[in-house]
Ligand binder design. Structure first.
Ligand code: UT7
Length: 324
């Protein structure tokens, strides 16, 4: 069966940097608290001209350039997001128009922070059945618009950004295996209710429903256990050990979650890519931004075994193994 290979990556971060010191002026918090509990120092916040689809389109152009693929040759654009520019049309349709991918079909998926992995898995299955397809997969978020800036439990965690990759079929390497899970029974531990809407019947008077609501401690506990379990499941199914992995690129939620995950998996820190300190949790964008940085920093060599894992609202979680 033809495998899907990542032939180019790109990312785009908004210009504005929001530091922990800036947050000290907005809510009752401290740089020391945020750093020690999350490892986050700064995050990026979208401004004018940096709407979700605009960040996504810039990341897309960069991925297309690195792949040497023209937008006009794309067959399919898939955007993972939970903070789209509009509910309808999809962010993917806006990206299609922005980059000029006239022959592609386009739609969004929402699997919260696991969205990029779920999207990659779907794209890989399209390529398995139609190997001539060229597919653009993007994870893109502007969560700053969906965060309550008076809620110190959540506003310190999230950031905006987009990451993208181009997929083509390949005879060797590419996406080797993936395992995805969901548990909708736990939806109320991490959720975002009705989107801001001009319809007064849908608009929450206090707009509380429009913001991310989170039971932080529970999410923390489930995230560590779920990511550990799904990584072990995948390694066992592939009959390999964590030592065979050249680079682990996990969802960038929080340094403490990643620390616990590394400890439980027994993986050395130098084999784990971490940039949550700079960008905070960018949800569906975190893995593709990290992948693009890892690639541009020379952390990935041809033939390397790369492992992704993620966890997010739903709950949703998964892991994916690929040969670079
Ligand atoms: O993609 C998944 C997305 N979600 C996550 O990754 C979140 C996972 N959870 C976490 O990372 C952690 O639970 C947090 C970083 C959100 C919170 O850390 P914690 O150690 O679990 O703290 P806590 O929620 O138990 O709160 C401890 C105290 C509380 O005060 P009291 O009740 O003990 O007086 C909070 O009110 O810390 C307080 N607190 C803060 N203090 C200063 C909560 N947020 C802040 C803050 N600054 N920003």
């Amino acid at each position: 069966m033809q495998k899907a290979s990542i032939v180019g990556t790109g990312s785009c971060l908004p210009d504005r940097v929001l530091s922990n010191r800036d947050l000290e002026l907005m809510v009752e918090t401290s740089d020391e608290w945020i750093t020690s509990r999350t490892g986050i120092h700064t995050r990026r916040i979208a401004g004018k001209g940096e709407q979700n689809f605009q960040l996504a389109s810039k990341a897309a152009k960069s991925a297309l350039e690195s792949a040497g693929v023209s937008a006009a040759d794309l067959d399919f654009i898939l955007v993972a997001t939970m903070s789209p520019h509009m509910i309808m049309p999809s962010c993917a349709c806006f990206v299609q128009a922005e980059i000029g991918a006239d022959k592609a079909f386009a739609f969004d998926i929402n699997a919260a922070c696991s969205g990029f992995l779920f999207a990659l898995d779907l794209a890989a299955k399209y390529i398995a059945s139609t190997p001539e397809m060229k597919i653009l997969v993007i994870g893109s978020e502007t969560l700053s618009a969906r965060v309550n800036w008076q809620d110190r439990n959540t506003c310190i965690l999230f950031g905006d950004g987009a990451g993208a990759c181009v997929l083509e079929s390949s005879d060797n390497g590419g996406i080797l295996d993936s395992i995805l899970h969901s548990d909708g029974k736990l939806w109320n531990l991490l959720y975002m209710d009705s989107p801001a809407s001009k319809n007064p019947e849908l608009l929450d008077p206090e707009r509380k429903g429009c913001f991310i609501q989170m039971s932080g401690r529970d999410v923390f506990k489930y995230a560590v256990r779920a990511m550990e379990d799904v990584v072990v499941q995948l390694l066992e199914r592939q009959n390999i050990s964590i030592n065979d992995i050249d680079l682990l690129i996990p969802h960038q939620a929080n340094v403490r979650i990643l620390g616990k995950l590394m400890e439980r998996l027994g993986v050395a820190q130098e084999k784990v890519f971490i940039n949550v300190n700079k960008y905070g949790n960018t949800s569906a964008a975190s893995v593709p931004i990290a992948l693009d940085e890892a690639s541009r920093e020379g952390r990935l060599q041809k033939g390397d075994l790369v492992l992704f894992c993620s966890f997010g609202g739903g709950f949703t979680w998964g892991s994916m193994l690929l040969r670079w």
